[in-house]
Ligand binder design. Structure first.
Ligand SMILES: *[C@@H]1O[C@H](CO)[C@@H](O)[C@H](O)[C@H]1NC(C)=O
Ligand SMILES: *[C@@H]1O[C@H](CO)[C@@H](O)[C@H](O)[C@H]1NC(C)=O
Ligand SMILES: *[C@@H]1O[C@H](CO)[C@@H](O)[C@H](O)[C@H]1NC(C)=O
Ligand SMILES: *[C@@H]1O[C@H](CO)[C@@H](O)[C@H](O)[C@H]1NC(C)=O
Ligand SMILES: *[C@@H]1O[C@H](CO)[C@@H](O)[C@H](O)[C@H]1NC(C)=O
Ligand SMILES: *[C@@H]1O[C@H](CO)[C@@H](O)[C@H](O)[C@H]1NC(C)=O
Ligand SMILES: *[C@@H]1O[C@H](CO)[C@@H](O)[C@H](O)[C@H]1NC(C)=O
Ligand SMILES: *[C@@H]1O[C@H](CO)[C@@H](O)[C@H](O)[C@H]1NC(C)=O
Ligand SMILES: *[C@@H]1O[C@H](CO)[C@@H](O)[C@H](O)[C@H]1NC(C)=O
Ligand SMILES: *[C@@H]1O[C@H](CO)[C@@H](O)[C@H](O)[C@H]1NC(C)=O
Length: 859
């Protein structure tokens, strides 16, 4: 730090700063001319900050003479944002030089750098551009035509040079495939793809991570890569190209209304360490602050097992009944409604509780013909598939929505723009069509596909600021009012950022259709690994698609294409650890209930970790073939997911401080070899990192790897015989062998580990080791302390279905395993307390207390 400080001091001597803001590792220096530089831990990362404005094809910039002029003196300002709290900062307003001003640019803009001071965990700044209030532009607003071509650029900065040794991670493209991009320090900036399909930019070095991204008007604001020519003052002939990043309204925008404002946030963590994961979680929590989402308890799609008829399911009318496509309902073309009735009877007969049945766009087709269309003529039950309406089938349903035909039945009462209703009519329209289906009593969730396609379906959606946002908002609010969770399929990163604003958007799909073909099956987990951080940071649940519970489900109705589905176990573990929906698409009569039971309670509630599994930062650092190691924190919650982020499986991880003594971890290592990718996992690689003195006992729950590392524990086993010890000093072995390079239909090698924290008194709650997540907050809750009662050395509540028997394992201070069959009571809980090498269960608080007092059993 010494030499870096010195460097900053010298810098300060040369320039007079109008303002300096520092928070966490970030410092921003701004001079009187409103040039700004961003330092991270004393090293300049982003520099030569300027302001740019384009009007009618003329580019103006604050660093070009006689172009964009300071109108008002740069001054310090402060304020309170209703969501984000107090800020202080620096502001300047700008006007175009006189001759261009008259012709194209009616007015000016004001730019502000804000530093937020009430953020407990995030080090957060915003760059705010505001169009002058006086410039009332001629256009009459949404869904109408144009004014002049405008674009703004603030912030606009040079990207880190090689000396700063900074790498990047970003996302670009459609979320159903890999959108992940990265470059190792020092980054090759020529490989960064930005623009309207792009998302936030994470910059990282060995000791810090920061995120720059849009923080308002997500469908207008974007980051672009820029380049500018720089000549050295002394030798004007020597010109070099400098690559930069600029945030502004995307280039299709035609007009900025008076008072329009656009924001970009620059966020890191207050406390070190803060890598890619920590910085993104803090960026997301900054965007999410003060926003609300349907909780897990309110979200049938995410909380319970569901059945899917998406591509890759064996009971999808259009995919797996190809002869129906042309034969107009020939023999065997069973309507989906009848198939659902059979599936429902089968699922009940094997004791499965299905939260919702998904159905693809043909649910609204007017005939039995599969035409592949996603545009609805009428968004109501298909007369072929559901002749008596969806209510006649009697199963809860998740309905597909994408876009509408231009000649749809709604085209006289509502204004349409491209593929769907216009922004200003959106809320009224979706209230009407959702309300109508909701009245059936069986419409429980929405698959919203093609969000990105609808956006691109009309020039006006791209060109008018706020148009797509108003459409998205109307749709999401109509769903939220009815408590309907929305799963989003085809979307760009900007849509995921936008989802922070909408309470009903709980799920974003991260992988392509799960068709059982070799090429698809080989890489799905890597797409989940690359996309999950973006989705989770924004408060949504990452989703994998259709699971199978049995890999061999060949069906005579199919063609001769070879089926490849070799990873059913790894797929379901990934789905459970994602904290997103767990949905399967087996053929009728072909479901492995015992596999599903490892993911759920007896009532179909999915036993998730406390937050989504995310890659360790080491996998953002380099291309490591097929290797992935994911970690997901898990711990007992309170029983109420409406108020508790852990029980909601959305634990507030942004804070690196005060790690919880009860927090354990799920680790899934896939295709890791003995090299760097498979090096043992240090506790310091987790986010947030546990305390240095934390000790864990680790059970190996599943493995497909040449070496079985530890056998399963049973009642009376010794800790040393069936568990690993994991601590700051002793990293966790994870190597599995790597099969990803093998040709053909190959199964992944992997290991699933569950790490339980050891309390200071020597006890550890290992949980129900039959489950994929042994200590899920949907299964375990913290015991509430009751005054005057002895809490025992370890106490917890078991949640479940009345009468359910849950074998709970604990490790005792005597280094042995104790298994207790816990009987869930009529209120859905059971209380357990442990002391002196034994545990008691049931409503035993008073007697436990007495026994303790008498000192007979517990001394
Ligand atoms: C800029 O100065 C003008 C007067 O010269 C004043 O009316 C206006 O409010 C100022 N704007 C800002 C953003 O300070
Ligand atoms: C612009 O914003 C100011 C203050 O926020 C408000 O008083 C004014 O009415 C707004 N003007 C327009 C045209 O929206
Ligand atoms: C705005 O830009 C588009 C695309 O570059 C161009 O076709 C159009 O003529 C421009 N409009 C005006 C008013 O300059
Ligand atoms: C931005 O990056 C893309 C892809 O790397 C490149 O083709 C394009 O020229 C870059 N744009 C600028 C302005 O440098
Ligand atoms: C509405 O649909 C009818 C046919 O159903 C079509 O004739 C008409 O042009 C459509 N109107 C609009 C505004 O697209
Ligand atoms: C799948 O099962 C069918 C019949 O049940 C059998 O003919 C086929 O060989 C099996 N395929 C594989 C890959 O096990
Ligand atoms: C499924 O099982 C039921 C009950 O055993 C049987 O009646 C039915 O024919 C089976 N259907 C198929 C498609 O296997
Ligand atoms: C069903 O799942 C269980 C539990 O994972 C497994 O042991 C069993 O082999 C599976 N059966 C089939 C037929 O796949
Ligand atoms: C993958 O694991 C299997 C055991 O399940 C083992 O036979 C095989 O050698 C492993 N492959 C590699 C490449 O390590
Ligand atoms: C485990 O062993 C203890 C005694 O060693 C016994 O009290 C307990 O009932 C056993 N648990 C189960 C589930 O059998």
């Amino acid at each position: 730090m010494g030499p870096l400080r010195l460097c900053l001091c010298l810098y300060q001597l040369v320039l007079t700063f109008a303002w300096q803001g520092s928070s966490g590792p970030i410092s921003i220096f701004v001079d009187e001319a409103f040039r700004y530089d961003v330092y991270v831990r004393g090293v300049v990362w982003l520099q030569n900050g300027r302001v740019t404005l384009q009007c009618g094809g003329i580019s103006l910039a604050s660093d070009k003479p006689n172009a964009l002029l300071i109108n008002n003196k740069t001054s310090e300002v402060e304020g309170i944002d209703e969501r984000l709290g107090r800020w202080h900062g620096i502001q300047t307003s700008w006007k175009a030089a006189a001759k261009v001003q008259e012709s194209v640019c009616g007015g000016g803009i004001t730019t502000t750098i804000r530093q937020y001071v009430d953020q407990p965990d995030a080090a957060a700044f915003e760059f705010v551009t505001q169009v002058d209030a006086l410039v009332a532009l001629a256009g009459t607003g949404i869904c109408t035509s144009t004014c002049f071509n405008v674009s703004t650029g603030f912030p606009s900065l040079d990207l880190p040079g090689k000396g700063a040794n900074v790498g990047f991670v970003s996302w670009n493209g459609m979320m159903l495939s890999s959108t992940f991009q990265h470059s190792l320090p020092p980054a090759d900036w020529g490989t960064w793809l930005a623009g309207i399909y792009g998302g936030p930019l994470v910059l990282y070095s060995a000791d810090a991570g920061v995120v720059l991204g849009s923080s308002s008007n997500f469908k207008d604001g974007m980051l672009v890569n820029t380049s500018r020519l720089q000549s050295r003052a002394a030798q004007m002939e020597e010109v070099s190209e400098v690559l930069g990043v600029t945030g502004g309204v995307q280039g299709m925008v035609q007009q900025l209304p008076a008072n329009y404002s656009l924001r970009f946030a620059l966020v890191s963590c207050q406390r070190a360490p803060c890598g890619v994961t920590g910085a993104m979680l803090n960026f997301g929590s900054f965007l999410r602050r003060g926003r609300q989402k349907l909780s897990l308890a309110e979200d049938v799609l995410s909380s319970r097992l569901h059945y899917l008829t998406d591509g890759g399911s064996l009971e999808t009318y259009c995919d797996y009944w190809p002869m129906c496509e042309k034969s107009h309902g020939g023999p065997g073309c069973t309507p989906q409604g009848e198939v659902f009735k059979q599936l429902d009877a089968y699922h009940r007969s094997i004791g499965l509780h299905i939260g919702v049945y998904h159905v693809d766009p043909y649910w609204f087709y007017e005939t039995e013909v599969c035409n592949g269309a996603v545009d609805a003529h009428q968004w109501t039950a298909s007369p072929f598939h559901f002749p008596k309406g969806i209510q006649d089938v009697g199963v809860p349903m998740m309905l597909f929505l994408q876009s509408f035909e231009s000649t749809s039945v709604y085209n006289t009462s509502f204004r349409f723009e491209g593929g769907s209703v216009c922004g200003s009519d959106s809320r009224r329209f979706f209230r009407e069509i959702f309300g109508k289906m909701y009245a059936t009593g069986f419409f429980k969730a929405i698959t919203l596909d093609g969000v990105a396609d609808v956006w691109l379906s009309s020039a006006l959606r791209l060109m008018s600021v706020g148009e797509q946002q108003m459409y998205d908002e109307g749709l999401a609010h109509a769903a939220f009012e009815l408590g309907l969770p929305i799963r989003i399929d085809r979307a760009f990163p900007s849509d995921i950022l936008a989802s922070t604003q909408y309470g009903a958007r709980t799920v974003h799909r991260c992988t392509t259709d799960q068709d059982p073909w070799t090429a698809i099956q080989a890489g799905l987990y890597r797409d989940l690994g690359g996309n999950a951080l973006l989705v989770r940071a924004m408060g949504a649940r990452p989703m994998v698609d259709v699971l199978w519970t049995v890999s061999n489900q060949t069906d005579p109705r199919w063609g001769t294409k070879g089926v490849c589905k070799p990873n059913v176990l790894h797929d379901i573990i990934s789905a459970v650890l994602s904290t997103g929906p767990v949905g399967f698409g087996d053929r009728l009569n072909r479901t492995n209930v015992s596999l599903l039971s490892r993911a759920t309670r007896a009532d179909g509630i999915i036993l998730k970790p406390a937050s989504a599994a995310l890659r360790l930062d080491r996998f953002y650092d380099a291309h490591r073939g097929g290797a992935e190691i994911w970690a997901a924190p898990t711990e007992p919650g309170t029983s109420d997911p409406r108020t508790d982020s852990v029980a909601n499986s959305m634990a507030a991880l942004e804070s690196a401080s005060s790690p919880d003594a009860l927090r354990g971890w799920m680790i899934l290592a896939t295709n890791v070899d003995g090299g760097v990718s498979g090096a043992p996992v240090a506790t310091s690689e987790l986010w947030p990192p546990p305390a240095e003195d934390a000790q864990f006992l680790v059970a190996q729950l599943e493995h497909r790897s040449p070496s079985q590392l530890r056998p399963p524990c049973s009642n009376g086993s010794l800790v040393a015989d069936c568990l690993f010890r994991w601590s700051f000093k002793s990293p966790l072995p994870v190597a599995t062998g790597d099969t990803s390079f093998l040709p053909g239909c190959v199964s992944h090698n992997f290991t699933l580990l569950s790490a339980a924290p050891v309390l200071a008194n020597g006890w550890a709650l290992l949980g129900d080791l039959r489950q994929f997540v042994p200590v899920s907050p949907q299964r375990f809750a913290r015991e509430v302390a009751v005054a005057g009662e002895d809490p025992g050395d370890l106490s917890f509540r078991v949640l479940g279905v009345p009468g359910e028997v849950v074998p709970v394992s604990v490790a005792t201070p005597a280094q042995s395993i104790l298994v207790l069959d816990v009987h869930v009571g009529q209120d859905g809980t059971a209380s357990v307390r442990c002391r002196n090498l034994r545990c008691v269960q049931g409503d035993l608080r008073p007697s436990f207390f007495e026994l303790t007092l008498q000192g007979t059993l517990y001394t």
